[in-house]
Design a protein around this ligand. Structure first.
Ligand code: HEC
Ligand code: HEC
Ligand code: HEC
Ligand code: HEC
Ligand code: HEC
Ligand code: HEC
Ligand code: HEC
Ligand code: HEC
Ligand code: HEC
Length: 335
């Protein structure tokens, strides 16, 4: 019986490890990076094709009406109006020159086909095959216009973890998902969790930042486009990340908890935890990692004998630091 139990748990462990590793593997696939000119070639389109303009591309074809309507209403689409004075963005900016695709297509042919009950497809194989490009080339289509100077949040894109790990702009930004290209905070969680399922699981733990409740967003703390800090954090340090919303923990205090609060991760998980207050380790064990327990009443000094192990913060309630001394005039985070 016992042997069988052991065998079963052994198999379970192997399976769990397998799933875990498979999860890692799918996130960390990075293909060798080619010289830039290779990517530039991939997004140039067919050299024997010419640019024909959106009007020519679309006047005959009603299949793309929805795409066109949405696009015209988007921030990129309004650039089509010459009056805007902005660089023009049209279908060919991303899909490449279209003359070959529409060769031989006339409104008459489209109408005749429609009468015969079929749709006329353009020869889209002559356009850039965006979907099958390597991630770097996909992003380069966007970076043609969204250079770091034009779009400030892309300053750190090239060195960012996402770019380095073959995540492309279009993995997150759906170009034809609707007229609004802006990513709204409430959609961000689902966007990120598509790939970061382990993080989604952390936010499902009993104590978590209210992200599923849509009061906190991944992008409050992270910049998916890259950053100067570790882990794509928007702020230079973890402490600065946390104290933008919890300023009362910032200090400086007259009595500090050594240097501990310099990195809130000493005691907290940022996303979620099985313990109250996002604590890494439950009380009192959190404190017992570094301190001994003791017995105390409000006026006497501490005694090791007969130590009581309850929530240390019932008495040491100002654990993040305080300006008030304790009874003995020391900084013991009592008040
Ligand atoms: C800013 C770049 C960009 C512009 C401008 C653009 N597209 Fe696209 N289009 C894409 C990308 C990227 C895809 C691939 C979508 C994906 O990865 O799922 C795509 C896919 C498509 C598809 C394939 C259908 C689909 O959803 O998979 C059609 C059709 C299309 N675009 C038509 C148009 C038309 C018509 C215009 C002009 C009104 C246009 N596109 C303008 C980037 C662009
Ligand atoms: C031909 C130039 C051009 C290309 C190529 C291009 N964009 Fe744009 N894009 C613009 C311009 C111009 C704007 C509007 C001005 C602005 O917000 O910067 C814009 C706006 C946007 C916005 C909305 C910004 C807002 O504040 O609403 C997003 C998101 C965006 N582009 C993403 C992309 C992605 C992703 C790609 C690649 C698939 C891409 N763009 C390719 C020129 C371009
Ligand atoms: C991992 C997902 C992800 C990737 C990859 C990504 N973006 Fe974004 N992008 C977002 C999110 C989320 C926002 C909205 C929050 C913000 O401003 O950071 C955004 C905002 C933007 C904006 C500003 C529009 C706005 O909402 O104000 C532009 C422009 C943009 N991205 C372009 C790009 C381009 C170009 C690339 C590729 C070089 C890219 N993004 C790659 C997720 C992503
Ligand atoms: C298309 C898949 C994909 C999407 C969508 C995505 N990521 Fe990532 N992310 C990755 C990959 C791949 C890595 C690098 C591998 C790793 O570290 O596990 C990564 C790494 C990260 C890291 C760790 C950085 C580091 O230095 O260790 C953070 C933080 C992160 N992503 C945040 C986000 C946020 C926030 C969003 C949503 C705006 C998002 N990701 C959306 C694929 C994705
Ligand atoms: C309250 C701020 C905050 C929010 C909100 C937040 N994160 Fe984080 N995240 C952090 C901090 C801080 C770290 C660094 C943790 C560490 O080093 O142990 C981190 C680390 C990560 C990592 C790297 C994990 C690793 O083990 O290397 C990923 C991936 C990530 N976050 C993704 C996300 C995603 C996806 C979301 C939204 C669903 C999100 N984060 C929301 C603060 C936040
Ligand atoms: C964008 C704002 C924001 C940022 C940044 C932020 N928090 Fe929070 N934090 C919140 C909100 C909102 C709550 C929920 C408060 C409530 O429910 O009353 C919360 C709650 C908490 C809690 C209590 C959780 C519980 O279970 O009651 C802890 C601990 C915490 N945050 C620590 C941190 C740490 C550590 C960081 C940095 C990694 C951080 N916070 C960054 C907004 C933020
Ligand atoms: C030495 C361990 C430790 C460090 C370091 C630490 N905390 Fe805490 N934190 C705790 C404990 C323990 C609690 C629970 C308090 C209780 O039980 O009353 C807590 C609770 C919190 C809470 C929720 C309750 C409240 O008081 O609002 C927030 C928010 C918080 N911490 C933020 C932070 C931030 C931000 C940092 C970094 C600047 C940080 N903590 C560093 C131990 C720590
Ligand atoms: C990572 C180790 C670590 C953890 C975890 C930790 N502390 Fe500390 N604590 C320290 C250090 C280091 C000092 C400074 C010691 C000194 O100055 O002699 C300190 C100082 C103190 C002091 C003041 C001691 C004195 O002699 O003035 C008290 C009280 C205290 N901690 C209580 C707690 C409580 C309660 C917890 C749990 C919520 C906790 N600590 C968690 C490392 C830790
Ligand atoms: C019943 C209230 C109470 C509880 C519960 C409590 N403490 Fe204390 N603690 C005190 C008092 C009172 C002092 C002495 C304050 C003074 O000197 O002014 C003290 C002092 C300390 C000191 C500094 C003196 C020393 O021992 O070197 C540390 C460290 C400490 N406590 C850690 C803890 C830890 C860890 C826990 C949880 C296991 C805990 N305390 C639980 C009330 C308490």
């Amino acid at each position: 019986m016992r042997a069988r139990y052991l065998l079963l748990s052994f198999i379970a462990c192997i399976l769990a490890a397998g799933i875990f590793l498979a999860g890692c593997e799918t996130l960390k696939v990075s293909k060798p990076i080619l010289p830039m000119k290779e990517y530039e070639r991939m997004i140039a389109g067919r050299l024997d094709a010419n640019y024909v303009g959106t009007r020519n591309c679309l006047s005959a074809c009603h299949v793309h009406d929805k795409i066109k309507q949405d696009f015209d209403a988007s921030t990129m689409g309004v650039q089509l109006s010459k009056k805007s004075g902005m660089p023009l963005v049209d279908c060919e900016s991303c899909h490449g020159p279209g003359s070959l695709a529409i060769e031989g297509l006339t409104p008459e042919k489209v109408e005749a086909d429609a009468k015969a009950g079929k749709q006329t497809a353009c020869d889209y194989k002559t356009l850039i095959d965006i979907k099958n490009l390597p991630a770097q080339a996909k992003s380069l289509i966007c970076l043609k216009c969204h250079s770091a100077n034009a779009t400030f949040n892309l300053h750190n894109w090239n060195a960012g973890t996402h770019a380095v790990n073959d995540v492309a702009c279009t993995d997150c930004h759906k170009l034809h998902g609707g007229p609004d290209l802006k990513v709204k905070p409430r959609d961000v969680g689902a966007m990120c969790e598509k790939c970061h399922q382990d993080i989604q699981a952390e936010f499902a733990l009993p104590s978590h930042h209210p992200l599923p409740e849509k009061r906190v967003f991944c992008t409050d703390c992270h910049d998916p486009h890259g950053s100067q800090a570790e882990k794509l954090l928007r702020k230079p340090t973890v402490k600065a990340t946390c104290t933008q919303c919890h300023p009362e923990k910032e200090g400086p205090f007259v009595f500090e908890h050594a240097e501990l609060t310099e990195d809130c991760r000493t005691c907290h998980n940022p996303h979620g935890s099985v313990n109250n207050n996002l604590l890494k380790v439950q009380l009192p064990y959190l404190c017992l990692q570094c301190h001994e327990g003791h017995r105390a009443n409000a006026s006497t000094s501490v005694e090791r004998k007969g130590a009581i192990y309850t929530r240390c913060t019932d008495c040491h309630s100002q654990i993040h630091g305080t300006d008030n001394p304790s009874f003995s005039g020391k900084g013991r985070f009592i008040q």
